[in-house]
Each structure stands twice: as structure tokens, then as C-alpha cells.
Design a protein around this ligand. Structure first.
Ligand SMILES: [Fe+2]
Length: 287
């Protein structure tokens, strides 16, 4: 490797890794090396720019904690999370969207009809729909796992120091024998992603805001089906067309309607809602 130069170094680095030929690991590693080197040559990256990038990544690591993953946020604001969601959405299934940082996999199971909002302020809304396969066959017993911000744009998990229960405004519902889910809650408000760290500096450097449009989070599962992680958004709300993490998809936007004639649905509800949202989730088979 004495005669290495700015072009031959790329292959030399690939060859230095003794990977299994044709393996997925080798494919991704070699691809990453190739793109990184091509990028550097194409833009004549300077020493200052190289060090600024490494310091930025160092800062992302320094500010990260078990509750704050700055690299996920970086992925989100660069649209990388959205791109991974998009290319991994299965044909015919509900489109995927951001998991975000506030999911708790041990959230409590809740009976259908529960009010997740308790005594919170905000617009009370009935959320209901069905879980089906892509041929619209119902999937009774499917699990609808949801979590959300409150009517002020805050997740209870962020307010534990103020006495809030981190499991508030979240729950796992088991669909009934018609594959229906239904519960009441309050409409969430937009909120900002954390912008007091290096990713915030990046947003400011690019004259970008940190706002996420209002949304409800979901993971939906059923035996034999590929689970989906997604969000529901609301038409004509702030930041719907410039969400900071590129989470919005047209197919995931709903329009809350006034809660009229909901008795006909036959749901036993804890709280009488002001508005109604209907959204069906579609799962594709595993594999
Ligand atoms: Fe969120």
C-alpha cells in the first residue's frame, strides 16, 4: 500500500476488512466506504470541515442519555428515518411513520372504550376504526398500541418531575371480534423536537424550525402479520406541510368530525367526546 493515492485508497480500505464475501455486512460496509470517499472527493472536504463534522458527532454522543438519543433526532431531521420507513412499508399496508423517542413497550393494556385523557383539558375525541389485512379481512384480536402528547403538546413522560404518570395518554387495546378498536382521548397539539443540542444548532444553521405537527402514535400488531409503526395527522393544522421530521403522509391525514350520532356505533365509552376520528389500519402478511 505504499503507492496508495486518493483514488486507490477506497478499494484498499474495503479490502482491509476480512468480511464474508457477498454478505449483507460486507455490502453495507463497502457501500458506506464508497459513498463517504466519493463525497469527500466530490466536495474537496477540508481539514476544518472534516474536524467540524467529527466534533458534531462527538457532541451528539455527549448530549445523549438513556432518555435522549440525539442520533435518532439527527436521523429524523435529515429525513433518514422517514426514508427507512418509506422503503420498508409493505405493499397494501398502512404507510409507516416515525416511532419517535417516547414509546414505552410496557404501557398498560386498556379495555376498549377507555378514556386515555382522564381529566385533561382539550378537545375530547373518539378514535376508532378496524384492523384488517390488505384484502380488508378483519383481524380480531389485533393489538393497537398508542401514545401521544396532550392538549398542550407535552408527553406525560416528560413531566414526571411535576408528578405526571409516564403511562398516561398511552395504552394497548385488543380489537373486538369485529376487529374494531375504540377509545377516547384529547386532540394533541404540535410540539418542538429538542433543539438545545447539536441537532438544534444544525436546524438553526439551516434556518429551519423544530416543530412537529400534531399526531397520534401507533404500533399495530396481529399474529402472522407484519406489525406497523405509524402516526395519524390532522388536516389543516399547524406544520402539517413542514413537519420537522418529514413524518406526514397524505394517507395518514384525518379530519376530525363533530361527534354526532355516535350512539349508533354501539361503543361503551367512559367519556362523551366532542369529535370523532375514524382510521382503519391495514397489515400485510409476515415475510
Ligand atoms: Fe410524537
Amino acid at each position: 500500500m505504499r503507492d496508495i493515492n486518493q483514488f486507490s485508497v477506497t478499494q484498499a480500505v474495503k479490502d482491509s476488512f476480512k468480511t464474508v464475501p457477498g454478505s449483507r455486512f460486507e455490502q453495507l460496509l463497502h457501500g458506506m466506504i464508497q459513498h463517504l470517499h466519493d463525497f469527500t472527493r466530490e466536495h474537496n472536504v477540508t481539514h476544518q470541515e472534516w474536524m467540524a463534522t467529527l466534533n458534531f458527532l462527538y457532541d451528539c454522543g455527549q448530549i445523549s442519555t438513556p432518555e435522549r438519543h440525539e442520533f435518532i433526532l439527527l436521523s429524523d431531521v435529515l429525513g433518514w428515518s422517514a426514508l427507512v420507513d418509506m422503503i420498508n412499508t409493505k405493499g397494501g399496508a398502512t404507510e409507516g411513520s416515525n416511532l419517535g423517542p417516547f414509546y414505552l413497550d410496557d404501557a398498560p393494556a386498556q379495555p376498549l372504550g377507555t378514556d386515555l385523557a382522564h381529566d385533561r383539558d382539550g378537545v375530547s375525541v373518539l378514535v376508532h376504526g378496524r384492523v384488517t389485512d390488505s384484502l380488508r379481512n378483519p383481524l380480531p384480536g389485533a393489538i393497537v398500541d398508542t401514545w401521544q402528547a396532550d392538549g398542550a403538546g407535552t408527553y406525560p413522560i416528560q413531566e414526571q418531575a411535576k408528578g405526571q404518570d409516564k403511562y398516561d395518554l398511552r395504552g394497548k387495546f385488543t380489537c373486538d371480534d369485529q376487529a374494531r378498536y375504540y377509545y377516547t382521548t384529547v386532540l394533541p397539539k404540535p410540539y418542538t423536537v429538542p433543539y438545545d443540542g447539536p441537532v438544534g444548532d444544525l436546524l438553526r444553521a439551516g434556518n429551519r424550525h423544530a416543530w412537529r405537527t400534531a399526531h397520534l402514535h401507533y404500533i399495530v400488531r396481529a399474529p402472522g402479520m407484519t406489525s406497523i409503526t405509524t402516526e395519524i395527522f390532522f388536516d389543516n393544522t399547524d406544520y402539517i406541510d413542514n413537519d420537522a421530521v418529514f413524518g406526514v403522509r397524505r394517507s395518514l391525514i384525518v379530519k376530525p368530525k363533530p361527534a354526532k350520532d355516535i350512539e349508533a356505533l354501539g361503543f361503551a365509552l367512559e367519556r362523551k367526546p366532542d369529535a370523532v376520528i375514524e382510521f382503519d389500519f391495514v397489515l400485510a402478511p409476515e415475510g
